[in-house]
Write a protein that binds this ligand. Structure first.
Ligand code: VGL
Ligand code: ZN
Length: 212
């Protein structure tokens, strides 16, 4: 069992990101088994939940004439317009029931401000508004963050990059994550990880003795 200074951050394992969901990630359901296995090796697990109001600015439906997967300019920069997903209180926003991590300590909900998206579990898309996760992890003595879940090239990537920016060592567990891969976003994410020194690991490596 890894010490509390290693946290497993399980990102957005929600029905809307599963096959058949509102913003389906291909093979998204395949992360559940490896994440459950991974979580058994961590004493410290934090979950995230994408949690939007129905009038959220990242939804194409709230931009008349716009289509899902097009782009819009927001005051904070370019924003992909998504199909409406993970609306607060809906079934699609619930964590998948197959996730079996009863010892998870904390859950952070993100994307709840109507006018700002938040792929990152740490800082919203305006790059200014913190979610509070950095403070929580610092106060609980975390040094290393292992990120997995959905989607590799959006919420997992932004969270891993921000974990690093917030002063933690950061790792992405590749086989416990799945990508959306929109216009080269997956390749771009991997290149950024290399650039920033974020290591890409597999479940077995994380659980193996070499990582301790
Ligand atoms: C996500 C797009 C929009 C994610 C969330 O969890 O990767 N992607 N909202
Ligand atoms: Zn979202």
């Amino acid at each position: 069992m890894r010490p509390s200074s290693d946290v497993l951050l399980v990102v957005d394992v929600q029905y809307d990101f599963m096959p058949g969901g509102a913003l389906a990630v291909p093979y998204g359901d395949e992360v559940i088994a490896p994440i459950n296995r991974l979580a058994k090796g961590f004493s410290h697990v934090v979950l995230t939940q994408d949690w939007h109001p129905a009038n959220h600015a990242s939804f194409a439906v709230n931009h008349p004439g716009s289509h899902p997967f097009s782009r819009a300019h927001m005051p904070y920069g370019e924003q992909v317009l998504w199909p409406a997903h993970c609306v607060q209180g809906t079934r699609g926003a619930e964590l998948h029931e197959g996730l079996s991590i009863p010892h998870a300590r904390m859950m952070i909900r993100k994307g709840h401000h109507p006018n700002v998206d938040s792929y990152s579990a740490f800082v919203e898309a305006d790059r200014k508004t913190p979610t509070g996760l950095t403070g929580y992890l610092r106060e609980t003595g975390v040094k290393r963050v292992f990120v997995c879940g959905l989607a590799t090239d959006f919420c997992v990537a932004w969270s891993a990059l921000d974990a690093l920016a917030c002063g933690f060592q950061s790792f992405v567990v590749e086989d416990a994550s799945r990508p959306i891969d929109l216009d080269g976003s997956l390749e771009a994410a991997w290149l950024q990880f290399i650039d920033m020194g974020i290591e890409r690991l597999e479940v077995e490596e994380v659980l193996g003795a070499a990582m301790v």
